[in-house]
Write a protein that binds this ligand. Structure first.
Ligand SMILES: Cc1cc2nc3c(=O)[nH]c(=O)nc-3n(C[C@H](O)[C@H](O)[C@H](O)COP(=O)(O)O)c2cc1C
Length: 179
């Protein structure tokens, strides 16, 4: 059941070093390309990175929170052409979430690394850093990347009883859902 998959999905930042199967990568990419986009504009671009030197460089894309990608098998950079859609951020987020979820269903670990609105240690914009590193044109915006690899350790699944049900309202904001 899809809900079971969503309970099991966690952000994985430690990887075993086992190679990711080509078929699995293909399915992750297909999940991204199957994602809905506003007006069907499909403004996204995806860059698959498995070159260890580039992964090492991607690890420095942010002040913090990107370092672990040097130990991942792969990173999938999610970018978009804002001229194709005024809501490219949402389009990128849905594609990234779909990849994150399908990866979990294949027992692969992944973690979202935020790039848009983030900075490198030297103050340079993370987007500019990634754009220059991977040769993306200046017109493309970089939303995030996913670090992907087989998990080194098991993280606990979420429990339905622990969810933040208080954030959900009924008819009027502030009104609880009836029992
Ligand atoms: C929009 C977004 C940005 C995130 N950025 C980062 C990041 O830059 N680095 C990181 O290590 N984790 C990042 N995460 C992962 C979150 O830290 C993680 O989802 C959260 O702590 C909940 O843990 P869980 O995914 O295991 O349920 C991001 C997640 C989202 C949705």
């Amino acid at each position: 059941m899809y809900l079971d998959l969503l309970k099991e999905r966690r952000s994985i930042r430690n990887y075993s070093g086992r190679e990711v199967e080509g078929e699995d990568i293909q399915q992750i990419i297909q999940a991204a390309l199957l994602s809905p986009t506003s007006r069907g504009s499909r403004p996204w671009r995806f860059v698959l990175v498995d070159d260890p030197d580039l992964l090492e460089d991607l690890a420095a894309a942010k002040e913090e929170g990107s370092e672990f990608v040097s130990g991942a098998e792969m990173a999938i950079v999610v970018a978009a052409d804002p001229r194709a859609s005024d809501v490219w951020i949402e389009d990128c987020a849905i594609a990234a979430a779909n990849m994150h979820n399908i990866a979990a269903g294949m027992d692969l670990g992944s973690c979202w690394v935020q790039i848009r609105r983030r900075k490198c240690k030297d103050g340079k914009s993370s987007e500019k850093y990634v754009r220059e590193l991977l040769g993306l044109s200046e017109q493309l915006r970089v939303a995030c990347f996913l670090a992907v690899g087989y998990p080194e350790d098991n993280k606990e699944s979420r429990r339905l009883e622990d969810l933040s049900y208080e954030k959900v309202h009924y008819n009027y904001y502030g009104q609880d859902i009836p029992e």
